[in-house]
Design a protein around this ligand. Structure first.
Ligand code: FES
Ligand code: FE
Length: 429
């Protein structure tokens, strides 16, 4: 396809050092409908982590690809996901965000389900006649569900290949989950905020190393003022396409990491605990992996919409597409299960200061995403987003540095194109 083809969504001409994505990808309602069908309707989507529901009857409710979901631990100790819709007249059964319940009564006509998904009470049951058996009326699971390292995914298509789908990203979940010998957990509570931008802007913002310096200059200034060590801002940098559209970039940054890198801005007592964590990591995992976990940051995107930023705090983020130009984002903090209180306080402060909805990064990132979305309205007259940075260096076998490459955006959109079957869509539209 060429730039002059009105149906072209992606024009990749490496010999001309050019990779262009049509802004329609972010702004065209029929294309958004296609994404809901081919991507959100078929791929594995994150629903929650099993440490959120440690005990039988513990539950959380989520919305995944527009569907209300109930993630609940059964009396047998197994965590399961159900479509949160009554098998009678379809009402959303559980309306609470989280809690512990043995029974979930539906408010509409009083059917009751238990935490194993069974229908246990049906008012007026006899009137349904002798053929009716409430054993057939249990809550319905999504077509597929599976977990890796406690990260639970569902798919609205029949699949049994979560590990294959995660591909190289599984190794990064392994690394993350080895941060603490006591295990990792999702801290109770979440952040929910909305962004007036297409859902893809969230993963693309995370893998876009080019925006860091201009967009987050205020945070760097704050780090300097609080006394953090400011050498070259981003160093020891590595980026990779992990397969199936998943990407990671890994680097050392000026900030400390409660995971194992002290910061001059923190108290001696806290830095002592962090150094003890570092020593424990080196002893348990060896000098290479131990140092990597302690010192380096990892921004991981699991296609399409799961983001794990393991930086000065660790956040799990999910983008829920609402319309072509609007998404809701939910974020949780992921942390060692054995933090001493003082370290937990510093970790929480780190998390909120940069990653919180009112922190130094998130509002600035949202502004960047929303400004882009406003500009995408010009897609008919000014159609192209330019993701060409770094192609010349890549072709020359060269090394790209942070801020000098759109490599991961190209990997993301290549996968997006394949999942959507762009050529077929162009013919259909
Ligand atoms: Fe749930 Fe009728 S819709 S009991
Ligand atoms: Fe950012």
């Amino acid at each position: 396809m060429s730039k002059n083809d009105p149906d072209a969504l992606i024009v990749s001409t490496p010999q001309a050092h050019s990779y262009l994505v049509n802004k329609r990808a972010f702004a065209d309602p029929p294309l958004f409908a296609r994404e809901l069908q081919e991507i959100y309707g078929k791929l594995w989507l994150y629903v929650g982590h099993d440490t959120e529901i440690p005990n039988p009857g513990d539950f959380v409710t989520r919305t995944v690809a527009g569907r209300p979901m109930l993630y609940v631990r059964g009396t047998d100790g197994v965590a399961r996901v159900y479509l949160n819709t009554c098998t009678h007249n379809g009402a959303k059964v559980c309306r609470e965000e989280f809690g512990n319940r043995k029974h979930f009564p539906c408010a509409y006509h009083g059917w009751v389900f238990d935490c194993d998904g069974r229908a246990v009470e049906v008012p007026g049951e006899a009137a349904f006649g002798p053929q009716f058996d409430k054993a057939d009326q249990g809550m319905i699971p999504p077509p597929s569900q599976a977990s890796y390292r406690g990260f639970t995914f569902v798919s609205f298509a029949k699949r049994d290949d979560l590990v294959d789908y995660l591909a190289g990203a599984a190794q990064y979940l392994d690394i993350l989950c080895q941060t603490s010998a006591a295990g990792m957990r999702v801290l109770p509570g979440s952040h929910l905020y909305a962004t007036r931008a297409n859902w893809k802007m969230l993963p693309v913002n995370v893998i876009d190393g080019n925006h860091f310096m201009p967009t987050h200059v205020t945070y760097l200034q704050y780090l300097r003022e609080r006394g953090s060590e400011m050498k070259e801002p981003i160093r020891d940098f590595h980026e990779a396409h992990l397969g199936n559209g998943h990407t990671v970039f890994e680097y050392e940054a000026p900030w400390g990491r409660p995971q194992g890198k002290p910061d001059p801005a923190w108290s001696d007592a806290v830095n002592g605990q962090i150094l003890a964590r570092r020593e424990e990591l080196l002893a348990r995992l060896g000098p290479e992996l131990g140092d990597r976990i302690a010192r380096r940051n990892r921004n991981l995107v699991i296609f399409p919409n799961l983001i794990i930023n393991d930086i000065m705090g660790t956040t799990i983020r999910v983008a829920e597409p609402i319309s072509v130009d609007y998404m809701e984002v939910t974020a949780w903090q992921f942390c060692p299960a054995d933090d001493p209180p003082e370290l937990a306080r510093v970790r929480n402060e780190q998390f909120l200061t940069f990653l919180g909805p009112g922190g130094f990064a998130t509002p600035d990132d949202i502004e960047g995403m929303e400004a882009s979305q406003r500009g995408f309205a010009c897609y008919r007259e000014a159609p192209w987003v330019n993701y060409s940075k770094g192609i010349a260096a890549e072709l020359a076998g060269g090394f790209t540095r942070p801020g000098e490459s759109d490599f991961m955006m190209r990997a993301f959109f290549k996968a997006w194109q394949e999942y959507l079957g762009i050529d077929r869509f162009a013919e259909a539209s």
